[in-house]
Design a protein around this ligand. Structure first.
Ligand code: KIV
Ligand code: NA
Length: 262
C-alpha cells in the first residue's frame, strides 16, 4: 500500500481529487476506515464526547489524545493520520504548543496535528510548522470555543472573519484547513481564495474534501442528527438487535448449538 503522506495528500487535492476524511479513535475502527480506503483519519478531540461521554470537547487531555493516537496508528497502513491538539494544549504559549505538538508526533507516530483557530493562532501554527510538524487548522465553528459561542451547533456566517482566518492559517504555514459549519457558498469562495485544501464538515460541496465523525456517519449516535450529517449505516440499531438476539438465545438455550461445542 502507498501511504498517504502530507505531500501526497496535497498532490491529490492539486489534481482535483476530492479528499475523504473520517474520525476514528481506536485500533478496530481505524483498521476498518483504513481498509475501506479513506484518505485521512482524524483522531479528533470529539472523542471527548463520542468515546468518553463528556458533553463538550474541553475535558479530554493531551495524554488521552496521545493514547488514542497510538492505538489508531497500530492499525493504519495507508491513511494520513491527523491528531487533534486538545483544549489548553496550545493556547498558553507557542513554546507549550510546540512541545505538545512534538509529544503527539513522537509518541504516536502520526502524520500531522490539528488545532482550532486561524488568525488568533497565526503565531502558534507558524511555530509548530517551524518545528517541521505539519499543521491542519480548523476554522468556522470551533467546538473548543463552546463557552464563548454559547453552543456548538451555530453556523458561522461572518465571511470576512472566515476568510481572514483561512488566509491567516495558510500564511502561517498550515497544510490544510477544516471548515466547520460554514454556508456552502462562503466555503466555496474560501476554498477558491486559498491554495491549500479545505476539508468541510457542514460546509457544503465546494470544499476540497469532507470529514465526518465516524460513529456519527455509521449511525452509532442516532440521536445526533444535524442537517449536515448523513447516516450511511444504522449500526447502533444493528448492534442492539444482535445483542438482544444473543441474550434471547442464551436464555432459551438455543446458543450454543452443537456446532459451537467441542
Ligand atoms: O474532533 C473532531 O471530530 C473534528 C472534526 C469534526 C473536524 O475536529
Ligand atoms: Na476536533
Amino acid at each position: 500500500v502507498r501511504k498517504v503522506t502530507v505531500p501526497r495528500f496535497l498532490q491529490a487535492a492539486e489534481k482535483g481529487e476530492r479528499l475523504s476524511m473520517v474520525t476514528a479513535y481506536d485500533h478496530m475502527w481505524a483498521g476498518i476506515m483504513d481498509e475501506a480506503g479513506v484518505d485521512s483519519i482524524l483522531v479528533g478531540d470529539s472523542l471527548s464526547m463520542v468515546v468518553q461521554g463528556h458533553n463538550s470537547t474541553l475535558p479530554v487531555t493531551l495524554d488521552e489524545m496521545i493514547y488514542h493516537g497510538r492505538i489508531v496508528m497500530r492499525a493504519v497502513r495507508r491513511a494520513l493520520v491527523v491528531v487533534d491538539m486538545p483544549f489548553m494544549s496550545y493556547q498558553v504559549s507557542t513554546e507549550e504548543a510546540v512541545r505538545n505538538a512534538g509529544r503527539i508526533m513522537k509518541e504516536t507516530g502520526a502524520d500531522a496535528v490539528k488545532l482550532e483557530g486561524g488568525a488568533i493562532q497565526f503565531d502558534t501554527i507558524q511555530a509548530i510548522m517551524r518545528a517541521e510538524i505539519p499543521v491542519m487548522a480548523h476554522v468556522g465553528m470551533r467546538p473548543q470555543a463552546v463557552r464563548q459561542l454559547g453552543g456548538m451547533g451555530k453556523v458561522q456566517r461572518d465571511e470576512q472573519q472566515l476568510l481572514e482566518d483561512a488566509q491567516a492559517a495558510e500564511a502561517a504555514g498550515a497544510f490544510s484547513i477544516v471548515l466547520e459549519l460554514v454556508p456552502a457558498d462562503i466555503a466555496g469562495r474560501i476554498t477558491k481564495a486559498v491554495s491549500i485544501p479545505t476539508i468541510g464538515i457542514g460546509a457544503g460541496p465546494h470544499c476540497s474534501g469532507q470529514v465526518l465523525v465516524g460513529p456519527d456517519m455509521l449511525g452509532l449516535t442516532p440521536d445526533f442528527k444535524p442537517r449536515f450529517l448523513k447516516h450511511y449505516a444504522n449500526l447502533r440499531q444493528d448492534a442492539l438487535a444482535a445483542v438482544r438476539q444473543y441474550i434471547g438465545e442464551v436464555q432459551s438455550g438455543e446458543f450454543p448449538a452443537d456446532e459451537h461445542c467441542h
